[in-house]
Design a protein around this ligand. Structure first.
Ligand code: APR
Ligand code: PHB
Length: 415
């Protein structure tokens, strides 16, 4: 079967779903092709800290009602060093900004529901997706579904199909440059239906390794511990994991920690990765298809959102005003923000984890940097400013909106 749309979107993760919803609000047609089933996509467990800019884009996409009902606004978080806790008052340090705790799984469900309510073309179980004629003016996508071959003609293709997708792989290796850092440990995560041990998140640097206390709701907790690469889940029965969390998070948190059976438990590797450029001809990459961050600081989903915010803005400018400048500069503008979030995620990982090759000097440096942060409002401000999220456009005040364009006041003059 042959079909046509304005923007073909590959992948129904948060990047692809949010892009198609933002385009719909602006009156632009798109069709989303997803390899996996709806059930699979809706049950993936990921991080859950949303920057204000991400919340703004979800509002603009018209899917923020449940997020505002059920999301938990957080104005601070804690850093622990061998049991000693320090609170980073994000709200005060950033002049009133905060983050929202709301699971990525829930955002995905809200977005899928919005698509299905309006009968939007969102196709699950689309196999053998292949991208064609990216260099020409009439790109198209082929795929197989229900034992039949299909062709989707379009003006542009958005590659939102994650790290292992077909989109980035369609760009000739000669024009693609990638940058990567693999970390020598993973995160073992547990989800349990127990109240969180604190009303805010706790990032802990402990002699045994990093630990994080997070949450999904007042009755559902999410915890992580740093584990060596190659660790086997079988060696981590729930009791061992709760004991280790209690040790690494410190006595106060341990006393408040409620233990319960895990409803999900998995180990994820940590990686930093960026592919440049994020555009090839009529293909635009967004989200994990173009970059990966280690989860420390929860920037993955927020970066996916800021990419599609920029891409939607560029497509709106093309279709509404016939102006292609934003499409032409998409890659450079997205990468400028991506690299800053990569830097923060890499730095925050380095500050809070125990590296196997770290000697006494390295540990003293880490301790000195943490103590410096505990004592210096200037250092706390740098951390808080990055944690709540840098502006979408350099020089913005942090509020993201499609169609706003770059500010006219130069950043230095604004302060
Ligand atoms: N064809 C169609 N769909 C594909 C293909 C393919 N060849 N390959 C992958 N996909 C789908 C995946 O099944 C997945 O649903 O693309 C989607 C990509 O979604 P994500 O991996 O969630 O990536 P993204 O939407 O960029 O979201 C980034 O999600 O992965 C987390 O940590 C990440 O929080 C970040 C956010
Ligand atoms: C999570 O809740 O899964 C989470 C929170 C904060 C992070 C990473 C993950 O930095």
């Amino acid at each position: 079967m042959r079909q046509r749309t304005q923007v073909a979107i590959i992948g129904a993760g948060p990047a692809g779903l949010l892009l198609s919803q933002l385009l719909h609000v602006a009156g632009i047609d798109s069709m989303v092709l997803e390899r996996r089933s709806q059930g699979h996509v809706e049950s993936r467990i990921r991080a859950g800290v949303l920057e204000q800019g991400t919340v703004g884009l979800l509002e603009q996409a018209g899917i923020a009602a449940r997020l505002h009902r059920e999301g938990l606004p957080h104005q601070g978080f804690r850093i622990a060093l061998n049991g000693e806790h320090f609170r980073i008052d994000m709200h005060r340090l950033t002049g009133g900004k905060s983050v929202m705790v709301y699971g990525q799984t829930e955002i995905t469900r809200d977005l899928i529901q919005a698509h299905q309510v309006r009968g939007a073309p969102l196709l699950f179980e689309a196999e053998q997706v292949a991208l064609h004629d990216l260099d020409g003016s009439r790109p198209f996508v082929t795929y197989r579904r229900d034992d039949a071959s299909h062709r989707l003609d379009c003006d542009y293709i958005a590659g939102c199909d994650g790290y292992h997708g077909a989109s980035r792989a369609s760009i000739p290796p000669s024009v693609l440059r990638s940058f990567e850092r693999i970390y020598p440990f993973g995160w073992l995560g547990i989800l349990a239906d127990v109240p969180p041990c604190d009303h805010e998140l706790i990032y802990s640097n402990h002699a045994n390794g990093f630990a994080l206390a997070s949450m999904r709701s007042p009755t559902r907790s999410r915890y992580y511990v740093q584990v060596p690469l190659g660790e086997d889940l079988k060696d981590w029965p729930d009791t061992r994991l709760w004991d280790e969390l209690a040790l690494r998070l410190g006595r106060g948190a341990a006393n408040r920690m409620v233990r319960g059976p895990s409803i999900e438990k998995s180990i994820a590797p940590l990686r930093s990765f960026v592919a440049e450029p994020m555009r090839h001809g009529r293909l635009f990459l967004a989200g994990d298809a173009a970059h990966i961050v280690p989860p420390t600081g929860a920037k993955g989903l927020n970066l996916a959102a800021s990419d599609v915010g920029l891409l939607a803005e560029a497509l709106v400018s093309h279709y509404h005003d016939g102006a292609d400048h934003l499409l032409e500069t998409y890659s450079a503008r997205a990468l400028a923000r991506v690299w800053k979030a990569e830097r923060f995620s890499w730095w925050f990982t380095g500050l809070t984890h125990r590296f196997p090759d770290m000697d006494d000097f390295g540990r003293r440096m880490q301790r000195a940097e943490l103590r410096y942060i505990f004592e210096s409002p200037a250092a706390q401000r740098v951390l808080a400013e990055n944690y709540v999220g840098l502006p979408l456009h350099s020089g913005d005040d942090g509020a993201w909106a499609i169609g706003e364009g770059p500010p006219t006041v130069p950043p230095m003059a604004a302060s």
